[in-house]
Design a binder for this molecule. Structure first.
Ligand code: SF4
Length: 440
């Protein structure tokens, strides 16, 4: 098998990853310039906000594990391929030179053993960094079960490391991925955190010491393959942020695939809206000082409302706090007003030191008055058509227009995957969680 054939197989495994923006479109340029490629390139955002394109590929899709949800599991029968480190390193450099990519996202199935696979991946990175002098961005998936020494080496070569937590609970893991144990997934996360702390200490004494995984670590879990509630998922997510200094926890909506009776069937829709709501809730926890138990409490539903963004849903459950007066409310309360973001809350706090703010000022500061009007007053004036505790408000704020489940691939009227693409392809996303839409 030549390198192009291997690339087709190993990039293909990643192309329908919902949490990473592969193009999903193929078009060959004829009389103009530029061609679109279905697979292989994804986009990520650097810390300074630049969008960078990454070659998203597996080292190998051979796997000795047999996770029920994965197209590359040992008992499945897809075409298999494995890059040699030399092939992959040269491919990255050639793509970089042609200006196709600016970095690499590298994951893999477990080929022979976790350490063997990690050795292959590390060798690739060593070739890139040491022989080719490639300084572009590299995100490396750590293979669960790899030894701490290999993780330590990998962190000095890659910008970001990630280990997948895979499924939201120990029981689900036991059911669908019995060869993986929660402890075995958490251990590398703990190692990475410890190595980062140790590295920070070294850098205090030796300024020239190399930085270990400068873009930190992330993780990802499959949502919807098993019965955990959104509250369970948010609690786990919160624990992952606080215990392992995660930069980001990604949620990957399960796509029905396999004939395994353990998995939800094909008739179950792809839960992209659920994934979207979880990302919104995650955002509330990270930047808006909400707690998982506030976003969802056991007294009510333990799942997020698909028709309402979680901040609106919280505000509707707590009309006693609203409306708030923007000229006097504290920053934390402003953050809880639907339609007021972190930036606009900061702008309000700064601007109101100089002058009292009216509704027009708020609009100019980026406040989304369509939602905010029901939850605030400006100079004592309330602009909402109904009060915050009105029984009609929920309906008015519901996102009804786009409630139809969209296809991952563009055609809203045809949620099925395009012909020629099997659900197995798309479930590549659920296996090794190859990447994520935005990396912060
Ligand atoms: S999810 Fe990863 S470890 Fe499990 S079968 Fe797929 S490739 Fe192998």
């Amino acid at each position: 098998m030549n390198v192009a054939e291997k690339l087709k197989i190993l990039a293909n495994a990643a192309k329908y990853d919902a949490s990473c923006s592969s193009s999903g479109s193929a078009r060959v340029g004829k009389d103009g310039f530029g061609s679109a490629a279905m697979a292989g390139i994804c986009h990520s955002w650097s810390a300074d906000g630049r969008c960078i394109s990454l070659l998203k590929v597996l080292m190998s899709n051979s796997c000795v594990y047999d996770c029920a949800y994965c197209v590359n599991r040992a008992s499945a029968n897809p075409p298999r391929a494995t890059f040699t480190p030399e092939e992959l390193a040269s491919l990255v450099v050639e793509f970089y030179r042609r200006n196709y990519i600016e970095g690499l996202f590298l994951s893999s199935g477990v080929c022979r053993s976790p350490d063997y696979t990690m050795e292959l991946m590390i060798k690739t990175l060593e070739l890139l960094r040491n022989d080719y002098r490639f300084y572009g961005y590299i995100h490396l998936k750590v293979i669960p079960g790899a030894s701490p020494e290999l993780i330590s080496r990998a962190g000095l070569l890659a910008d970001r490391l990630s280990v997948n937590i895979e499924l939201p609970s120990r029981e689900s893991l036991k059911l669908l991925a019995p060869q993986k144990e929660r402890a075995g997934l958490v251990r590398p996360m703990r190692n990475i955190k410890a190595l980062k702390l140790q590295n920070a200490d070294e850098k205090k004494h030796f300024k020239s010491a190399p930085t270990f995984a400068p873009a930190g670590q992330t993780t990802q879990m499959i949502v919807g393959a098993t019965g955990e509630s959104d509250l369970d998922i948010l609690r786990l997510s919160k624990g992952l942020y606080s215990s392992f200094d995660m930069k980001r926890v990604y949620f990957s909506a399960y796509l029905p695939v396999s004939t395994s009776p353990l998995l939800p069937g094909r008739e179950k829709p792809i839960e992209l809206r659920r994934e979207h709501r979880l990302y919104q809730a995650d955002w509330l926890m990270r930047f808006y000082k909400f707690d998982a138990e506030e976003i969802l409490d056991r007294a009510g539903s333990s799942n997020l409302d698909p028709a309402l963004d979680p901040k609106c849903a919280w505000a509707l459950r707590h009309p006693e706090f609203f409306p708030v007066e923007v000229n006097t409310a504290d920053y934390e309360m402003l953050l809880r007003v639907p339609g007021v973001g972190v930036k606009s809350a900061l702008r309000i706090v700064r601007a109101r030191r100089l002058a009292s703010l009216g509704a027009d000022d708020l609009r100019k500061m980026g406040v989304v008055m369509k939602r905010a009007q029901y939850f605030l007053t400006a100079r004592g004036k309330y602009a909402g058509a109904v009060a915050p505790d009105s029984p009609f408000l929920r309906e008015m704020l519901s996102e009804r227009r786009d409630m139809a489940q969209l296809s991952l691939f563009g055609d809203a009227s045809a949620p099925a995957l395009p012909s020629g693409i099997t659900l197995s392809d798309s479930t590549a996303l659920a296996m090794c969680e190859l990447a994520a839409p935005v990396e912060w």
